[in-house]
Design a protein around this ligand. Structure first.
Ligand code: HEC
Ligand code: HEC
Length: 264
């Protein structure tokens, strides 16, 4: 039961479509009332297939906007709510040109790479396809929070990175763009310690305790960083705090670190 190449192609093109979330469908529908019509004969489509026009073009464009958490003017020449004043065929904005590269990339991922899973016996109907949202998660630059913080530490120092974290958390907490869960800062703390950045690692782990609360995980990591930096008493204190919070089956790991440090 293999679908024909044309069917498969259509399917993967459709997969670029992003489900328009109720939240971000924003003004596009209300704009319809102001005389704007999705063109039945688009003038300048270079990568979207020919059957994309009219209402279908509208679904694609609203999908792009919601996946990136932006408005039409992010890619198109024009501003404000009156879409009749926009020049949609124009290619002036670099973001529109980048979007074309992205569309072709998604077509290649779904059409060439994931297609090879079908050859390995994964039925096409069961395959998950990549969409703009898969990577972008409402973020026009889909950077991972820990990578963003690590880059900020490199360029501007740990205080600047902590300030940036607080701003982002204020703005995006509860959304899909950044992962504010405890894994992010603990992982970053470990990475920094591995690079010998002990002070930055400790500052990041203290931020984790402040924003996400105390946990056995954060104290295990903090204790490990302090132990490696020869901060013996601090390390013991951290492992003891972790010991108190740890589930019974994990207490042994904390006890072992404490015993080892006391023997030094
Ligand atoms: C992430 C960038 C991006 C966003 C956001 C975006 N578009 Fe587009 N749009 C494109 C690209 C790229 C094309 C051209 C596709 C191609 O070359 O096949 C396009 C084409 C169009 C066209 C066809 C123009 C023509 O005649 O050639 C219209 C109309 C359009 N967009 C409207 C919108 C509207 C309305 C919105 C907001 C709801 C929107 N777009 C949001 C990137 C975007
Ligand atoms: C496989 C992951 C992935 C997918 C899928 C993906 N993107 Fe991207 N996109 C990225 C990355 C990574 C960047 C940042 C590249 C850079 O500038 O370093 C980016 C950047 C962009 C930019 C430039 C943003 C800016 O501020 O300069 C646009 C526009 C964009 N993507 C549109 C799209 C659209 C539209 C889709 C769906 C057709 C899409 N992307 C699908 C990973 C992805």
């Amino acid at each position: 039961m293999r679908s024909t190449p044309t069917k498969r192609r259509q399917r993967s093109l459709l997969a670029i479509l992003v489900v328009v979330s109720g939240l971000l469908a924003f003004s596009a529908s209300s704009l319809m009332g102001q005389g704007f019509r999705w063109p039945e004969e688009p003038e300048n489509l270079q990568v979207l297939p020919e059957n994309v026009k009219g209402r279908v073009l509208g679904q694609y464009m609203r999908g792009f906007a919601s996946a990136l958490g932006v408005r039409c003017s992010f890619c198109h020449v024009g501003e404000g709510p009156d879409l009749t004043q926009y020049d949609f065929p124009a290619d002036d904005k670099l973001t529109k040109q980048k979007a074309r590269v992205m569309i072709e990339m998604v077509q290649a991922i779904n059409g060439s790479h994931l297609e090879r899973l079908t050859e390995l016996g994964v039925p096409a109907e069961e395959r998950i396809e990549v969409t703009c949202m898969t990577c972008h998660r409402t973020n026009n630059r889909p950077v991972m929070l820990d990578d963003l913080l690590a880059a900020t530490i490199d360029s501007a120092g740990v205080e600047a990175a902590i300030a940036r974290y607080r701003e982002l958390r204020e703005e995006y907490y509860g959304g899909f763009a950044y992962n504010f869960g405890s894994g992010t800062l603990i992982g970053l703390g470990e990475q920094l310690a591995g690079e010998g950045e002990v002070d930055a690692a400790i500052a990041i782990l203290e931020l984790e305790i402040e924003v996400n609360g105390e946990s056995s995980n954060v104290y295990f990591t903090l204790g490990g960083v302090q132990a490696r930096a020869d901060m013996r008493e601090d390390a013991i204190a951290s492992f003891e705090k972790g010991l108190a919070l740890a589930p019974d089956q994990f207490k042994v790991f904390f006890q072992r670190e404490i015993d080892r440090l006391r023997e030094r």
